[in-house]
Ligand binder design. Structure first.
Ligand SMILES: [Zn+2]
Ligand SMILES: [Zn+2]
Length: 304
């Protein structure tokens, strides 16, 4: 398996002189398998534009582009690059788009392909001549063929969002973004009139179990790409927005024997200099015996 980052930034594209090194494109990851060749794309943020151009140069010479896009969810930063993905305009392209949908009356086709309408864009979806199929996903296990197994897991985000676990042979690759720890939804302050000790206890148990279930999902991963949009200080005022801290991701990786972890979904306000300062604090090599930790960077390629 080979993994390449085409977009690493959360929320909104943030190009400019302060994000040149780590990149300003929103999420898109290329996953390649050999023997046989297989291309899987995770998320269609603005990073997918450059990936599409690269595919037209590298892959199209060898034959039609056949690929699958697995969307973690349909927040704008994860789908906004789709209309700019050149292969969708090539008649021989065959594309399957998988993703979770929260509002069932809005199908995946409507949410993703619906960006190609005159309201937003100069070309309509009906004009596309490539073959595009949409598949709605829930928590499940799938055999993708060619020896590739996929397991999906619900994350904690304001809309339905999936973590992905791809396995081939003895290699495991996982994603967990956008997400934050599950919290106790009941009142936990004994001084509040709505406090109920049994309910508070039950809420604690449910949150803990959900967190353990999610974290065991990336047990033993060779590479985990994890949301780390916030510092602990920032998270204090942004709980419920669906993103998490460096401390949470590091502990989850360590407790579940993750070999390497890419810190991902960088806050759009985070400059290269700030990421480098955070790297001093949080990143480490595998010589420490713990999980190897690094910041995802556009153009970075990792072999598992
Ligand atoms: Zn996002
Ligand atoms: Zn999101």
């Amino acid at each position: 398996m080979k993994v390449k980052f085409w977009g690493v930034r959360g929320s909104i594209p943030s190009p400019g002189p302060n994000t040149v090194k780590f990149g300003g494109n929103t999420p898109c990851i290329e996953l390649r398998f050999d023997d046989p060749d297989r291309l899987i794309i995770i998320d269609a943020g603005t990073g997918i534009r450059e990936l599409g151009n690269d595919l037209m140069i590298r892959d199209f010479q060898k034959g039609p582009i056949v690929t699958e896009i697995f969307l973690t969810h349909t927040h704008w930063d994860h789908i906004m690059g789709f209309p700019f993905f050149t292969p969708i305009y090539v008649p021989t392209t065959a594309l399957k788009v998988y993703g979770p949908v929260t509002y069932e009356e809005d199908t995946l086709d409507k949410v993703v392909g619906g960006q190609l309408t005159y309201r937003y864009f100069p070309i309509r979806e009906a004009e596309l001549t490539s073959k595009i199929e949409y598949v709605s996903l829930k928590e499940t296990s799938l055999d993708l063929g060619d020896g590739i197994k996929l397991t999906t897991k619900y994350l904690n985000h304001p809309i339905l969002t999936l973590g992905y676990r791809f396995e081939k042979g003895d290699k495991v690759f996982c994603t967990a973004f956008d997400t934050e720890p599950f919290q106790n939804v009941f009142c936990t302050d004994p001084d509040e009139p709505s406090y109920d000790e049994a309910m508070a206890q039950e809420g604690d148990n449910v949150a803990r179990e959900e967190n353990e279930r999610l974290e065991s999902f990336f047990e033993g991963a060779d590479l985990l790409i994890h949301d780390t949009q916030y510092t602990q200080e920032e998270y204090a005022s942004k709980m419920g927005w669906g993103h998490t801290t460096f401390e949470h991701a590091l502990a989850a990786a360590k407790n579940n024997n993750v070999k390497r972890m890419a810190l991902y979904h960088h806050d759009p306000t985070r400059t290269d200099a700030q990421i480098e300062a955070l790297a001093e604090k949080y990143c480490r090599t595998d010589e420490s015996g713990d999980t190897e930790v690094f910041f995802a960077q556009e153009g970075m390629q990792i072999e598992l």
